[in-house]
Design a binder for this molecule. Sequence first.
Ligand code: P6P
Length: 329
Amino acid sequence: ESSRIAHSIGTALDRFIKNNQDQFAYASGELSQLLRDIALASKVVNREVNKAGLIDLMGAVGSQNLAGDDQQKLDVLANIRFTRALAKGGEVCALISEESDTYVDLNNEGKYVIAIDPLDGSSNIDVNVSIGTIFSIYRRKSPAGTPIQPTDILQKGSDQVAAGYVLYGSSTMLVYTTGHGVNGFTYEPTLGEYFLSHPQLKMPEDGKIYSINEGLANSFPAAVQEYIKYCKDCQYTARYIGSLVADFHRNMLKGGIYIYPATAKSPQGKLRLMYECNALAFVAEQAGGRATNGKDRILDIEVKELHQRTAFYVGSKNMVEKAESLGIH
Ligand code: P6P
């Protein structure tokens, strides 16, 4: 049975990485190994996500992360799993995470820096809604083996060498880009392997789904209110899961726009530039989509501090451009 499954579905992730390694700039195998380390950690997290209710991982730990979210046990655990896998893998010298106030020096000679949201949407864990991991990979700029510099850490989205997400949903998927298009892999738990299921993913240029928390509508900028009215006049579908990776992934496949604008509660926007928006902006653009803060390309935004927030408009090219034409910001 498992060999039939393995035969009938796509290329295994390890084989795919190996086959495409020559596409990686400075292809000396470290980025390939780093991608494998991420996949490995995601398999461990996936197993814990799938049985959270049984091993008493539900419910908040009681501490709060910098974002002020109650730190759920699973996102603490996910942060440990990814940090350990990346520290052991040796390819990453520094890690930026939603779960830690400052960057973590992994004391490796690794050439890469990773920004990661180990488990985004963690408020959904208790209600069994899809959650996700989001990651961005940069090359360190200062020489390996020397102290980490701010220029290694505060890098613009356009400097990413790879980025992607894991969606722990009805099935678990790993979707990533290394700058040569986007490929989606589906996890086969009985084999413990990811298999290529969505080669060269393209985001439809247009769509009829808009994704925004309309409960905050009273404090949206006027242009956003106008865009939402436009969506309603077009009788688009409203879909808001409250888990960024799940909303983003649906729009990747079906076309759509996800908006988290500046609001009264979050005047700079709620979402984080380094480990939420930059990664998804890179993936979106590589799939033919568009990602802006309302006026500037997300990938061009100067990074001044680790947990910097930004307004986020991402999705089908024509939908984001329509929203921009109404003067969103
Ligand atoms: P709100 C989850 O906390 C998150 O970071 C994203 O996953 C999600 O899209 C957004 O915030 C939900 O925010 O304010 O609508 O609950």
